[in-house]
Design a protein around this ligand. Structure first.
Ligand code: HEC
Ligand code: HEC
Ligand code: HEC
Ligand code: HEC
Ligand code: HEC
Ligand code: HEC
Length: 443
């Protein structure tokens, strides 16, 4: 009897402890291999392209998955799927058929053992919560160009005044009005000088005048922030790599767009959610003229700014803000609200855009105004963001009458429309609900 109990105890004991205990790889080596091969799609503690991998071996073992299966999967998931393995095909479907890389020929069995040892039980990094604000630099480019233009204008005015002054003096001296000898001497010299170089000075003055007139014109036309504006940023952050290649949703970083007036530039803590693990660039995509080393160097800049000690995996507390240059910036007298467009208008803006542009359909609402940001390495302004542009869209985009907010007002709107457009107006566009009233966009 006692013997049987002992055997049961032994089985239970080994049965429980076996999960994770039969991994005998080198965790340190595993960490390096994991970062180099897996972090493009996996993080330890959250889902990226693939599932979170912390404790994965223990989890899978407890679900009855064998070590052999896990090794096979990592080595060559494609072959495993093709062999008709049910679990492999199920998980592939669960992750909407995103294919994991094949590592056959790139990793040895020992390498995989090392990686599993590391991810199953990674050493806890000591982390103090990082709080770095992102300071957004206003467009100094335009500020300085405005300054330049204003100084041109001032120079122009000074020149015109001088011209008049000289002219009167010349007239005075030729009329021979009585003057003190000192003054007449001065004037004689001046007028002689003036006569001698008259042609030349007219030439200079007219050039300066033209420049300053151009300055005034350009200033009035609001030179500077314009369609195509594409400034360099302190960290070479590529939307193509994040939103395009890695399919990261815009709102992972610009979470403000849905809930508030502004979209906001993400803080470095948001970057660290992923870049605590992704410390090197190993993507397939490399922009012409750039290199893997360049991208890796840019990632290290995050660590420098947020004060992350990579070696010891902890924050040092030494932080410096990143000064992103603001690209889109409405004048202060304009009221623009993202959530109104991103939440309430989402469906109709996408539908309206796709109707107008059958050749380049959009999937996320952001692209209707910001263009194909997921293909841009450097963000550039895709529209002119003028009043005419806002109004044009309000005139042509239908309002979603099924959303809760608008449905409540439907009756009132319908009455208003009958009055304004007659009975047969079948579609309701934004202008009809007040989208071209000055007060809606101007304070
Ligand atoms: C190109 C992206 C990509 C890379 C690189 C990648 N994986 Fe995956 N991984 C996935 C996806 C996606 C899944 C989910 C299953 C699927 O869709 O095929 C997955 C699933 C897994 C699973 C879970 C299997 C299960 O049954 O739950 C493990 C374990 C795993 N990967 C380990 C690794 C390891 C270790 C590496 C590095 C050597 C790695 N992966 C590299 C994309 C990737
Ligand atoms: C991984 C984080 C991340 C994701 C995902 C992301 N962005 Fe960004 N975005 C940033 C950062 C950082 C900046 C500031 C640096 C820059 O301008 O490139 C920025 C800047 C911008 C700007 C310019 C802001 C300004 O100064 O006017 C726009 C517009 C923008 N993003 C739109 C998008 C859209 C649309 C998507 C989805 C297709 C997207 N972003 C996805 C991080 C992200
Ligand atoms: C949701 C995950 C995620 C977030 C959040 C994120 N990144 Fe990345 N980042 C990635 C991935 C994935 C790669 C590509 C790595 C690879 O392919 O090896 C990458 C690559 C990079 C690179 C190299 C390529 C390039 O774009 O120049 C830089 C620099 C970078 N990230 C900066 C940032 C900054 C700055 C932030 C915060 C504003 C940020 N990342 C936020 C996932 C993320
Ligand atoms: C209807 C047009 C429109 C849509 C849709 C739109 N934006 Fe914007 N976005 C703007 C305008 C206009 C500005 C300039 C706002 C300002 O200066 O006050 C802007 C500014 C920004 C900025 C700079 C920071 C800020 O908030 O001022 C970011 C980042 C941004 N948008 C991201 C996004 C993302 C991400 C989406 C999708 C979720 C999106 N936008 C959808 C028009 C739009
Ligand atoms: C791509 C199309 C599009 C563009 C561009 C656009 N809007 Fe809109 N806007 C909409 C839609 C659709 C709605 C209606 C949302 C709803 O159903 O309430 C709306 C609603 C509004 C409203 C609320 C109107 C009301 O009566 O409640 C304001 C204010 C507004 N937009 C301001 C702006 C400003 C300012 C700009 C330019 C910087 C702009 N919009 C550019 C599509 C657009
Ligand atoms: C849909 C939003 C919207 C509505 C409605 C609107 N405006 Fe504007 N308005 C703007 C935007 C955006 C700008 C800034 C354009 C720029 O910076 O180029 C602007 C700029 C202006 C300017 C400055 C001159 C300029 O073009 O830069 C004046 C003046 C103005 N609006 C008057 C009006 C009047 C009057 C009405 C009512 C008939 C009105 N607006 C209705 C969005 C709107």
């Amino acid at each position: 009897m006692n013997k049987i109990l002992a055997v049961i105890m032994l089985v239970l004991f080994t049965g429980v402890s076996v999960f994770g205990q039969d991994l005998s790889g080198d965790s340190k080596k595993g960490e390096t291999l994991f970062k180099a091969n897996c972090t493009a799609c996996h993080a330890l503690d959250k889902k990226l392209v693939g599932p979170a991998l912390k404790g994965i071996y223990t989890t899978l073992s407890s679900e009855g998955v064998s070590k052999e299966w896990i090794m096979k999967w990592i080595m060559n998931n494609e072959a495993l799927r093709k062999s008709g393995d049910k679990r492999a095909n199920d998980i592939y479907k669960e992750y909407s058929e995103a294919a994991m890389d094949v590592f056959e020929g790139r990793l040895s069995d020992q390498d995989i053992e090392d990686i599993l040892t590391y991810v199953n039980n990674p050493p806890e990094p000591k982390v103090e919560e990082a709080q770095v604000e992102v300071s957004v630099k206003q467009n100094t480019d335009t500020d300085s160009s405005k300054l330049l233009l204003v100084s041109f204008v001032i120079i122009g005015i000074i020149l015109i005044i001088t011209l008049f002054k000289i002219n009167t003096l010349v007239k005075l001296s030729t009329k021979g009005t009585e003057l003190s000898s000192l003054e007449s001497h001065k004037i004689k010299n001046l007028s002689e000088f003036y006569r001698k170089y008259q042609g030349f000075s007219y030439f200079i003055i007219s050039i300066l005048l033209i420049i300053s007139l151009y300055g005034v014109w350009a200033w009035l036309m609001g030179i500077g922030v314009d369609k195509g504006y594409e400034p360099d940023q302190p960290i070479y952050f590529s939307h193509k790599i994040h939103a395009g290649e890695n399919k990261i949703d815009c709102q992972v970083c610009h979470s403000g767009a849905k809930y508030g007036k502004v979209s906001e530039i993400p803080s470095l803590s948001v970057c660290m959610n992923c870049h605590r693990n992704i410390s090197e660039y190993n993507g397939k995509y490399i922009e012409p003229g750039k290199s893997k080393e360049f991208y890796t160097g840019e990632i290290k800049k995050i660590y420098k700014h947020i004060g992350w000690d990579e070696e010891n995996q902890k924050y040092t507390g030494k932080q410096t803000p990143v000064k992103w240059t603001r690209i889109h910036n409405m004048p202060d007298f304009v009221y623009f609200n993202h959530s109104q467009h991103v939440v309430v208008g989402e469906k109709t803006i996408i539908a309206g855009y796709n109707k107008k542009n059958p050749n380049q359909q959009i999937d996320v609402v952001c692209k209707a105004c910001h263009g194909p940001v997921d293909t841009m390495n450097v963000v550039r302004m895709s529209n002119d963001f003028t009043m005419g542009w806002c109004i044009d869209c309000h005139r042509t985009t239908e309002v979603d009458m099924t959303n809760g907010y608008n449905a409540a007002y439907f009756d009132k709107l319908h009455e208003k429309l009958k009055l304004e457009y007659g009975q047969d107006k079948s579609t309701i566009t934004v202008d009809a609900i007040g989208g071209i009233e000055c007060g809606k966009c101007h304070y």
